[in-house]
Design a protein around this ligand. Structure first.
Ligand code: NDP
Length: 247
């Protein structure tokens, strides 16, 4: 792939993906990495500052009017090449929400960030994804042509929910999975692959220190999996190592 956009790249899994991709760039010419808060992007900035193929962009993904400005920015920087891969990674989690504690504000915030914003971002980026897809029309469906990767969670799996609770997070990721499915059908003829991907339980601010996987282990596996995605993964729900998950 020549161009990629990662949201929520200043910390956690997004930052890990950026670090991995600048260490192993391959043919990657344009890495667009978004951060929300200029106060919280110093580490990201210091890591990427020597890499001319990395472009940092401030974006709150819930400010939908800013999506079009980012589209224009990417179009200009890539000289009209477009975008091979959009990784909708930025997310929030109001975790500890049993039925007696859950608040409507948490439901709305989680839905807005984890489901509505990735959909609106995907909608905005479609012209760029279509351009990259068209210029790689002889390539098979996958990240080397054009793809939208929605970073979901196993907690969004309805089939695997045997613990209850977590209403805002679970339902927002289940909604994201539903969005993945519809999008995968709607844009398939444009040569764009759409997949939901669970990164594993990862040691980040969100995952906490007891999580199974280091950020490095998760992103290493994610990148390997991304490179192996093909038509059978379109509209699928998989985890970091490529294993399919039940909806
Ligand atoms: P972190 O909490 O470590 O990082 C979240 C990132 O999302 C930050 O960069 C944050 O920016 C950004 N973000 C949140 N809201 C917005 C917004 N409105 N606009 C722009 N950026 C925003 O989380 P992880 O790295 O662990 O999670 C990344 C993704 O992986 C999420 O989608 C999460 O749901 C998913 N996931 C994580 C798991 C884990 O175990 N860690 C397990 C399953 C899924 P800021 O610094 O400004 O807050």
């Amino acid at each position: 792939m020549k161009s990629i956009l990662i949201t929520g790249a200043n910390r956690g899994i997004g930052f890990g993906l950026v670090k991995h991709l600048i260490e192993n760039p391959g043919p990657l010419k344009y890495l667009f990495a978004t951060y929300r808060n200029p106060e919280k992007m110093k580490e990201l900035q210091s890591v990427v500052c020597k890499h001319e193929n990395v472009y940092l962009y401030q974006l709150d993904i819930t400010n939908f009017k800013d999506h079009d400005l980012l589209v224009q920015y990417i179009d200009k920087k890539t000289n009209g090449y477009g975008l091979n891969v959009l990784i909708n990674n930025a997310g929030v989690s109001s975790k500890f929400t049993r039925i007696n504690l859950v608040k409507s504000e948490q439901m709305i915030e989680n839905f807005m960030t984890n489901a509505v914003a990735p959909l609106m971002m995907s909608k905005a980026m479609l012209p760029l994804l279509k351009k990259a897809s068209a210029s790689n029309a002889s390539s098979a469906l996958g990240v080397h042509r054009a793809a939208i990767i929605n970073i979901s969670s196993v907690l969004g799996s309805i089939a695997k929910n045997d613990q209850g609770g977590f209403y805002p997070y679970r339902s927002s990721k289940a909604a994201l999975n539903s969005i993945t499915k519809s999008l995968s059908i709607d844009v398939k003829n444009d040569g764009i692959l759409v997949t939901s991907l669970h990164p594993g339980w990862v040691k980040t601010d969100m995952g906490g220190p007891k999580a199974d996987l280091s950020v490095d282990a998760s992103v290493q596996a994610i990148v390997n999996t991304l490179n192996s995605l093909n038509e059978k993964h379109n509209g699928a729900f998989i985890q970091y190592d490529g294993t399919e998950l039940p909806w």
